[in-house]
Every structure is written in structure tokens, then in C-alpha cells.
Ligand binder design. Structure first.
Ligand SMILES: Cc1cc2nc3c(=O)[nH]c(=O)nc-3n(C[C@H](O)[C@H](O)[C@H](O)COP(=O)(O)OP(=O)(O)OC[C@H]3O[C@@H](n4cnc5c(N)ncnc54)[C@H](O)[C@@H]3O)c2cc1C
Length: 464
């Protein structure tokens, strides 16, 4: 029979990788990480949200996530090669962050910068400085010689730790729990099902898969679980508060001379100032095309009010869940998406940018529309809106008794001991930025909170 692990971490998401790396560095506990496959991830834009956004997290009762508790983690996860010496940055973390030097900015990036400045956006050399809005060169999580992958750099730390075993699995079906205590997970490897036992199970399988694993374990909206053939055991709003960033892409096909595979990019963040919105509620950036990928401008709602759901469609782990993000269902999202469209169109019409975006098309390959009536624009926007690729809020944190909350501020699932969620799904509110850095911070902070808990047993090493 297999050993009983101290921790089983399900999913090598950015949060899961950070959590396992931190846990293994701080303790001599045995850690098994399970993942569906070698996670490959393109180099990622590394953008912080405004740290005061975390006041909203503390306001739902997760005081562990107040800005002063979170900022040290943004510092500790990064080595910022441009601004590392500043007090709000880091110079010793796992993620290598850098920006393209001015001499390597592409014509598209230069054109976007000029157009944005003409349009009234201030110049902001470091978009990760606290509270900054304006146009900035994009920071990337990348290595010195070339783009290293965030997962890879965290895995390098993990690989060096003998206390973490990383195992590829065909499926993780569900959490095993009895009498209010989690005791492991049911997994499939080499087409055989078996149980893995652990003192604590931490789900880090992301905004879609963490909630569906819980639901298959009988933890979720009881009525829905019953309707798809799963016996409900704990009625919690799992999967109910899903959020995604809706994006709008204005694309062009680069000519044969386009720079291949170069990231670069300029980012702009700004306010609509509409009642009910917060600072930096819209964002847009350039994507430099390659011979195989269209480039152009991407805009997104940074602040999102709409909420959707992710719900299992059946008891089998092979059955895809129902995902309905209900993008733009909030009227405040719908009207700001129209403002985003107008703003992208204005920027792209400026001569400095227009010459680098010839004949832009939408995501369906049709011409970018302009000078149309509002009703036509609205219909077109609903046909081109897409999720940015991040999912949050589906195992939302909050206080016990909060009808929307699934976990507490330390990621502990209400009603079960020895079971946590520690990834993007616990965010009570999608951050106003691409989420990768925040996801890594979630993993890093959760590891710290687990250490502080000293439960269900004392860990080996002292925190550094
Ligand atoms: C194309 C694309 C580009 C992106 N670019 C950026 C960017 O430039 N900057 C940025 O900030 N963000 C970016 N994002 C978003 C960012 O990648 C995600 O927010 C981040 O990866 C966290 O997502 P997640 O928490 O849902 O977990 P994921 O990254 O989806 O990781 C989940 C992990 O869990 C594993 N898993 C899932 N189910 C199971 C199971 N049952 N058993 C075991 N393991 C399981 C998966 O194999 C995977 O390794 C991008 C997303 C996409 C799709």
C-alpha cells in the first residue's frame, strides 16, 4: 500500500507550483503533486493589480488578504530586472521579470505608445508600481537568455526539493472524505483507479477544475448535483461565482517580414470613471504578430461585474462541465465594453498607429466595423467577445455563513477538515489585471497561511 502523504497538491497551476515550492522550502513534510500532464505555458505578461484592490478581499471577511499582507508576496515571488531595487519590487524571487528595451520596441508598439500619449494616457515606465495608470512597456515573466516559463522556473525550485514528488495522472476524480475529514483523492494512472491518502488535500487545479473536483466529491449545489447523478453530501455554492475577463481583439495579419516570435508589447490601463467602477477598470495591449499568428490590439474589461457558473455535467471526470461565464450580463460590463470598442477604434485611427494596423479584422476574420449605429455595434460586439483565458471566483473565499463563500481566507473548505482550495478560483473578485502574478501570490500566501495554521499537524521547518 502507498504511503500516507502529508500533503497532496492537485494541479500544477501557477498557484499550485508556487504553493508546493514554498511548502517544500519551509517544511520537511512529504508532498505529492498530481497533474494531468506537462503544463506548457507561453511566456506570460506579468502585470500586478493595484494592491489596494485587496481591500475588497479583506472586506468579504478574508482579512488574511489585506493589502499589507499581500504586497510582501508580490515582492517575494519576483526578480524584477528593471525595478528590483525599489521598495515595492523584489530582486530574489522565482519569477524573472523584464521589459523590452526601447531599441527593441516594434513599430506597432511605438505607434501604440504615440497614439496613447496623443489620446491623453500618461507615460508610466513601470505598470507594476502601486496605483499606476497610463501606457507602459509590458513586463514579461521571462528568463535572461530567452523566454523561460513561469511554471518552469517554479518547477526548477520544486525539482530541487527532494520532499516533492510530481506525478502525472490520467485523472483526479474526487476527494475522499468521511465524517467531515478529507483523507485523500481518487486518481487514475495507467488506466487503473486507486486511492492516494494524505493528511491534507490542496486543490490547485484552476478556476474550472478545482470546483468540478469538489462537485464530483459531493460538495456543491445540492440540487444540481442530484440532477446529474451525484449524491450531494455538503451543500455549498461551489462553481457559482465564476468570473472571466471579456476581451475584444482587433487583429491584422503581419506581412512576410514580420519579426518572428518576439513578445514586446505595450500596455495601457485607464479609468472609465463610470459610477460604481474603480481605478483602472479598462486595459489594452499590443500583440506583435508572427508568421503564424496575427497581431494587433487586444482590449479587455479589467474590472468585471458579471458572474457565471461552472457545473459538472455528470459523475465521470471525463465529462466536460457546463461553463457559462455570462460575459457582459451585467449592464455595467456591457456599456464599458462599448466604451472599450470606441477607445480601441480611436487609438487605431490615429496615423501613428493606423499605418501599422492595415485593414484590421475581428476575431471571426471579418473587417473591423466602424461608423455603425449603436445597435449594430452591440450585435457585432456580442459576436466577437471572448474570454481572456483566466477563470476566477468559482470557489470564492469569505466568512462562514456567507451564502456565496466556499472557503475561508486560508482556503479551508467550509465543513471539511484537511481540504483546501488554493488557486485562482478562491478570488472573491477577479483582479483588474491579467491574473498570472496574482495566481502565484495566491499559492505563495496560502503556503504561508498553511504554515501558520500548524494544522492538522506541525510542519518540520521554521518559515524564513
Ligand atoms: C492562451 C492563454 C494565455 C494567457 N496569457 C496570460 C498572460 O500573458 N498573463 C497572465 O497574467 N495570464 C495569462 N493567462 C491566464 C493564466 O494563464 C491563468 O490565469 C493561470 O494559468 C491560472 O489559471 P488557473 O488557476 O485556472 O489554472 P491553470 O493554469 O489552468 O492550471 C491548472 C492545472 O491543473 C491541472 N489539472 C486540471 N484538472 C486536474 C485534475 N483533475 N487533476 C490533476 N490536475 C489537474 C492542469 O493540468 C493544469 O496544470 C493566459 C491564459 C491562456 C489560456
Amino acid at each position: 500500500m502507498e504511503r500516507i502523504w502529508d500533503f497532496v497538491v492537485v494541479g500544477k497551476s501557477p498557484a499550485g507550483a508556487a504553493l508546493a515550492a514554498e511548502l517544500s522550502a519551509r517544511s520537511s513534510s512529504s508532498i505529492l503533486m498530481l497533474d494531468l500532464g506537462e503544463s506548457t505555458m507561453l511566456p506570460a505578461a506579468a502585470v500586478r493589480p493595484h494592491v489596494l484592490e485587496f481591500d475588497d478581499w479583506a472586506a468579504v471577511g478574508a482579512s488574511e488578504w489585506a493589502p499589507e499582507a499581500v504586497l510582501p508576496h508580490f515582492r517575494r515571488i519576483e526578480t524584477d530586472h528593471d525595478f528590483g531595487s525599489l521598495r515595492y519590487h523584489g530582486s530574489e524571487g522565482m519569477l524573472q521579470l523584464g521589459r523590452s528595451p526601447e531599441e527593441r520596441w516594434t513599430l506597432l508598439d511605438q505607434g501604440f505608445r504615440v497614439a496613447a500619449l496623443e489620446n491623453g494616457h500618461p507615460w508610466a515606465p513601470d505598470h507594476n508600481a502601486p496605483g499606476v495608470l497610463g501606457v507602459s512597456p509590458l513586463a514579461w515573466a521571462a528568463g535572461g537568455a530567452g523566454p523561460a516559463l513561469p511554471h518552469a522556473s517554479m518547477m526548477t525550485v520544486l525539482d530541487a526539493e527532494a520532499s516533492v514528488e510530481i506525478r502525472r495522472v490520467d485523472a483526479v476524480d474526487r476527494v475522499l472524505w468521511e465524517d467531515g475529514n478529507a483523507r485523500g483523492v481518487r486518481i487514475c494512472t495507467d488506466s487503473k483507479w486507486h486511492d492516494v491518502e494524505a493528511r491534507e488535500v490542496v486543490l490547485c487545479a484552476g478556476g474550472i477544475d478545482s470546483p468540478t473536483i469538489l462537485q464530483r466529491s459531493g460538495i456543491g449545489p445540492a440540487r444540481h448535483l442530484e440532477s446529474v447523478g451525484i449524491a450531494p453530501r455538503l451543500d455549498l455554492p461551489v462553481g457559482q461565482s465564476l468570473q472571466v475577463h471579456p476581451q475584444l481583439r482587433m487583429l491584422h495579419t503581419p506581412d512576410a517580414g514580420a519579426v518572428p516570435g518576439f513578445n514586446g508589447g505595450m500596455l495601457a490601463r485607464w479609468n472609465t470613471g463610470l459610477e460604481g467602477t474603480s481605478s483602472g477598470d479598462l486595459m489594452a495591449w499590443t500583440v506583435n504578430g508572427t508568421r503564424t499568428r496575427d497581431g494587433g490590439l487586444v482590449g479587455a474589461l479589467a474590472q468585471v461585474f458579471s458572474r457565471g457558473s461552472v457545473l459538472v455535467a455528470g459523475p465521470e471526470p471525463t465529462v466536460a462541465p457546463f461553463v457559462d461565464a455570462r460575459m457582459l450580463s451585467s449592464s455595467l460590463d456591457g456599456c464599458r465594453f462599448r466604451l472599450l470598442y470606441r477607445h480601441l477604434s480611436d487609438l487605431a485611427a490615429r496615423p501613428s498607429l493606423a499605418r501599422h494596423l492595415p485593414l484590421p479584422h475581428d476575431t471571426n476574420g471579418k473587417s473591423w466595423i466602424s461608423n455603425q449605429r449603436d445597435t449594430e455595434v452591440e450585435a457585432w460586439l456580442s459576436s466577437v467577445v471572448e474570454p481572456l483565458g483566466d477563470y476566477a471566483g468559482s470557489c470564492r473565499m469569505g466568512q462562514p455563513g456567507d451564502p456565496d463563500a466556499v472557503v475561508d481566507g486560508a482556503g479551508r473548505v467550509f465543513g471539511i477538515r484537511g481540504l483546501r482550495v488554493a488557486d485562482s478560483s478562491v478570488s472573491p473578485q477577479l483582479v483588474r489585471a491579467p491574473p498570472l502574478l496574482t495566481d502565484v501570490v495566491i499559492g505563495s500566501r496560502m503556503a504561508r497561511l498553511m504554515w501558520d495554521d500548524q494544522s492538522p499537524f506541525a510542519l518540520g521547518k521554521r518559515p524564513n
